[in-house]
Write a protein that binds this ligand. Structure first.
Ligand code: GLN
Length: 510
């Protein structure tokens, strides 16, 4: 019999075995995590919990487990980023505009996980409409980083990362438009993967920037991410016009493959002088300012582990890395300004109480419902799409986006996978950048390029930096190379224990 007090220390893979062996029931598991969510409510991770719904799902899972008809993830509790709409839980996208909103349907990703037996624990806090890097743009309060309660968990999937790191859920869903799975995973010391654009359906994911938005799992290990990602991906052609007609894959199959001879590309533009002089003395000196030395050291030691495992480091160039910031912050707001036009006080959510006519109703509804960052992006988006500025900004950004994608294809002629930091620093203090949107934007420099190119990317715990805060290693592969990324991450996790360390704020037994 499994001691239920230890359930939250199990990975998804371990928990799945306990459930299948009937050592613990899905109901006991759900009750344990629901109780933890309550005890740790001050983290700010959960926005909605509905014990009755969760326990009903758990009872159904137990019935299937008893009958021997269990699915792959039967009885595993998962919490969803509140950007996925759900029938049985409130869906807010972190916005006052959707406070209390109930969707008539489940997002495809939510439904697919449920089909595999997942039990939904609730909805997780996030930046409003997934716009942000610190979870401070949520209308429902910020989330604290379990490694240091005065620090941000990252964003926009900050609630997901904090919940998994604090063991309030064995795994969570997230979405990544410009880094929102990878950066919070890095800041909270967990593992997260964003698949190739189009592999996971966007149906029922509240749209931010449709050409970039992509769903993915966040969990403690690469093995767990592989289990979840296998259930989340697959074509949804009737409901998402950008869904790819590529069959779902079992991402667990190649986890243990050898990585001997694998060529890991190290983008010199992303690097400090340290790695260069040691590994590539012949290369010209590169700019390195901006990457915190403690982050650099953790990434370098991860690369050394890979060398020990037989991989080979090769220098590559991603010359337009810096341009990815202006390009992303033109394209994403442009798409957002169009997507968010649907929030007009008529179709969904909030409507102003008092108004004189229709135009006044629109104005007041949107002024009241949206937060500052969302308004800023709507204005930027409307501006870059307007007649006279479209060519100068939007079209130009689209051209450079294509060049950024081409740069990756050049790089993949020389290497199999690209490795680098996820973010230039560890998690910063809550409030430190909240009045400075540009400082937030600049911190996205290493996650934006893969997003713009639609490539899969992941964050793998690689050690600890300044203040003992977690550092994530970013792995980027070519289209459809998720299995290779997960394989690389798994091999690192067999050689290191960073992914299984516990935040010090989780006092003994909590
Ligand atoms: N930090 C980026 C932004 O604010 C990315 C957000 C995301 O990936 N959802 O847009």
């Amino acid at each position: 019999m499994t001691n239920t007090s230890e359930l939250h220390d199990l990975t998804v893979a371990q928990l799945a075995i306990r459930l299948r062996e009937r050592e613990v029931s899905a109901v006991e598991t759900a009750q344990h995590f629901l109780a933890r969510a309550k005890t740790h409510a001050s983290l700010g991770a959960f926005l909605d919990i509905n014990e009755e719904v969760t326990l009903t799902q758990a009872r159904a899972a137990d019935a299937r487990l008893a009958k021997g008809t269990a699915n792959a993830l039967e009885g595993i509790p998962v919490a969803h980023k509140d950007i996925f709409v759900t029938r049985d839980f409130v869906s807010t996208a972190g916005s006052r505009m959707l406070a209390g909103y109930r969707s008539p349907f489940d997002a495809t990703v939510v439904a697919k996980l449920a089909e595999q037996g997942v039990v939904t624990l609730g909805k997780l806090n996030c930046d409003e409409f997934a716009m942000g890097s610190a979870n401070e743009n949520s209308a429902f309060g910020n989330v604290k980083n379990p490694w240091n309660l005065t620090c941000t968990p990252g964003g926009s999937s900050g609630g997901s990362a904090a919940a998994v790191a604090a063991r309030l859920a064995p795994a969570a869903t997230g979405t990544d438009t410009g880094g929102s799975i990878r950066q919070p995973a890095s800041f909270c010391g967990i593992t997260g993967i964003k698949p190739t654009y189009g592999r996971a359906s966007r149906y029922g994911m509240v749209a931010f920037a449709s050409s970039l938005d992509q769903a993915g799992p966040m969990a403690r290990s690469a093995q767990d991410c592989a289990l979840l990602l296998s259930a989340m991906c697959g074509p949804d052609l009737d409901r998402d016009s950008t869904s790819l007609d590529v069959p779902a894959e079992d991402f667990s199959l190649r986890l243990n493959d050898s990585i001997k001879g694998l060529r890991i590309g190290v983008p010199l533009e992303w690097w400090g002088s340290g790695v260069q002089t040691e590994w590539f003395p012949e290369m010209p000196a590169q700019r390195s300012e901006g990457v915190d030395i403690s982050v650099q050291l953790a990434i370098e030691s991860a690369l050394k582990e890979y060398e020990k495992l037989g991989a080979k480091l090769v220098p590559i160039s991603l010359p337009r890395t810096e341009l990815s910031i202006p390009v992303y912050y033109i394209i994403a707001p442009a798409e957002a300004s169009s997507n968010l036009s649907r929030f007009d006080g008529v179709k969904f959510g909030h409507r102003a109480q008092q108004y004189t006519d229709l135009t006044d109703m629109y104005k007041k509804t949107r002024a009241e419902g949206f937060g500052d960052e969302v308004k800023r992006r709507i204005m930027i988006g409307a501006y870059v799409l307007s007649h006279g500025y479209y060519d100068a900004y939007y079209l130009q950004a689209q051209k450079i986006r294509r060049m950024i994608a081409d740069d990756f294809q050049q790089a993949f002629k020389q290497c199999d996978v690209i490795a680098g930091p996820v973010a230039p620093t560890v998690a910063w203090k809550l409030g430190e950048k909240s009045d400075d949107p540009v400082a937030n934007y600049l911190a996205d420099i290493f996650t934006l390029p893969a997003s713009l190119a639609g490539l899969p990317g992941m964050s793998v715990p690689a050690g600890f930096g300044e203040g003992g805060m977690p550092v994530g290693l970013q792995l980027i592969g070519n289209y459809f190379s998720e299995a290779k990324l997960l394989n690389m991450a798994h091999r690192l996790q067999q050689a290191t224990d960073f992914h299984s360390r516990k935040p010090p704020t989780l006092a003994e037994g909590l």
